[in-house]
Design a protein around this ligand. Sequence first.
Ligand code: IMP
Length: 190
Amino acid sequence: MVMMKKLGIVTMNAGKFKEIKEMLKSVGCELHQVDEPFIEIQADTLEEVVLYGLKEIRGRISLSHPVIKDDSGLFIDVLDGFPGVYSAHAMRTIGCEGLLRLMEGQPERRAEFRTSVGLLYPDGSVSIYRGSVSGRIVEEARGRQGFGFDPIFVPDGYDETFAEMDLGTKNGISHRYRAISSLVDDLLDG
Ligand code: IMP
């Protein structure tokens, strides 16, 4: 029997909140959004973004339960990992269509979604968890589910893009799921 645990998450992204909430619900964790403005820095690694965000939150509010912050990105091999840590900016500016233009005529289409999640405990200690999923960039965007670059990414072993899958299927294999799974293992052990 799993104990009900309460967790906060620092994010403004409704799609991400919905995904993580569903994942945690299935293991008896209740997730709520931390209603605090936060600064998202631009850094060279996902971990730096996560650690800065959590440090900042810790300096501002006192916590009665653990809080998580995640940062993810799409890393395309032939573009030397771009958009990677610049994924949010790339989404806001060039979007899926812009990335497809950059990949036009390119036969090498390997890519990876990566997530880093930080778990901040009320005593100030932080643990980091990582998850990734490999796949490829399609030639044309497909599907309406999910968010961000979901319409242009097909995970290995599938023909559908993330945006063509229902949330349950994506949530069972995604980078975020893999990072959150290790976090949950730790959290429920403790
Ligand atoms: P974030 O900083 O974790 O919100 O992720 C940065 C950007 O990466 C987002 O704005 C999305 O465009 C993209 N991204 C992250 N995770 C996913 C995902 O699961 N599917 C599609 N795009 C994603």
